[in-house]
Design a protein around this ligand. Structure first.
Ligand SMILES: [Zn+2]
Length: 334
């Protein structure tokens, strides 16, 4: 009986390998040990993994992967948002500039106070403050700019709020200020013979161009001179000796007035005076070509044209009234 050929079990679909054994003259099923099969599988997985990685690397080198695409999209979004933020910071800074201009040009000018200057408030912070931002990527300049601008904005807001704090009590003093700022003629207009204007002119004594820091009103010696606003007679009026007998009144709020070439002084240093109160008499003292009053209005140390401080709308009758009422109030002063 021939040896039964080793039959393939038909039931099993599994693919098997056979080997002819010359000694037994039979085909034997090759049995591969589990260990070897495991290692082969492992090797296959490893190779597949390496190939996949290489493919992925090559792909991502030439193309955006969806993830990178997403990240890039987010980054663009971030840059956009940052630019919007920077724009808004600039808009806020521009508005603050506007407020500052109004503060300096209107409110501070109205109350005749100096432009406020807090030391260092407009000086940028040292670069060291932003050093940590610089180690980043190409977005660092953008982020740094935002930081710098926001810091500057904060400092200027601080300055502006301090400035408004300053102005608040002045606004409360507005009434007092209205009475103090020079606002009338320093003498009866009807007594004036001629007027020397403020500004550049030929010097009447020495010839040559000189800047005339006040207005000259020529008239009879002894014409009463009136304080043009409430204030206090200064103790040591500055100015050159050519002014002769002179009075300087400090009105507060940054205003001073000077009355020069007087023949007589009717007040004493430190005395409080009211607007319209007689303080002296017109004369010819100091360097003068004839009897006249030299009148100056000085705002924060700078002589300005007094013509703007005469209340143009004031009639002669009003003027006379003020003088009359001032005479009455004179007796009420201190
Ligand atoms: Zn003069």
């Amino acid at each position: 009986m021939p040896p039964e050929p080793n039959r393939r079990p038909m039931a099993k679909k599994e693919h098997k390998r056979y080997r002819f054994n010359p000694q037994t003259l039979t085909y034997e099923v090759i049995t591969i040990p589990f260990r070897v099969r495991f290692y082969r599988l492992l090797r296959k997985i490893l190779i597949a993994f390496i190939l996949a990685s290489l493919a992925n690397l090559a792909f991502s080198y030439f193309f955006y992967t969806p993830k990178m695409y997403r990240i890039n999209k987010q980054r663009e979004e971030l840059v956009l948002q940052y630019n919007l933020l920077n724009n808004r910071i600039h808009a806020a800074t521009a508005r603050l500039d506007d407020i500052r201009r109004r503060d300096n040009g209107v409110y501070r000018a109205l109350f005749a106070v100096d432009t406020m200057n807090i030391q260092g408030v407009y000086t940028p912070y040292p670069d060291a403050k932003y050093a940590s931002l610089d180690e980043q990527d190409r977005f660092a300049p953008m982020i740094r700019r935002s930081w710098t601008d926001i810091d500057a904005l904060g400092r200027r807001l601080y300055a502006e709020s301090r400035s408004l704090d300053d102005l608040q009590p002045m606004a409360a003093d507005k009434e007092k200020m209205t009475e103090s700022v020079p606002a009338i003629w320093p003498l009866d207009k009807r007594k004036i013979r001629s007027i020397g204007a403020f500004g550049g002119r030929t010097d009447p004594v020495y010839g040559g161009r000189a800047f005339h820091e006040g207005m000259d009103f020529s008239g009879p010696v002894g014409t009463p001179i009136y304080a043009t606003g409430n204030g206090r007679v200064m103790i040591n009026p500055t100015g050159y000796a050519g002014y002769g007998r002179q009075i300087m009144i400090d009105h507060g709020f940054g205003y001073r007035t000077r009355y020069a070439h007087l023949s007589r002084i009717a007040v004493i240093p430190g005395q409080s005076v009211k607007r319209g109160e007689k303080i002296g008499e017109l004369g010819n003292s100091g360097k003068s070509t004839g009897p006249h009053l030299h009148y100056e209005v000085i705002v924060r140390g700078t002589p300005v044209n007094p013509v703007n401080y005469f209340s143009k709308e004031m009639s002669d009758a009003d003027f006379a009234n003020i003088i009359a009422s001032a005479r009455e109030t004179t007796f009420e002063v201190d």
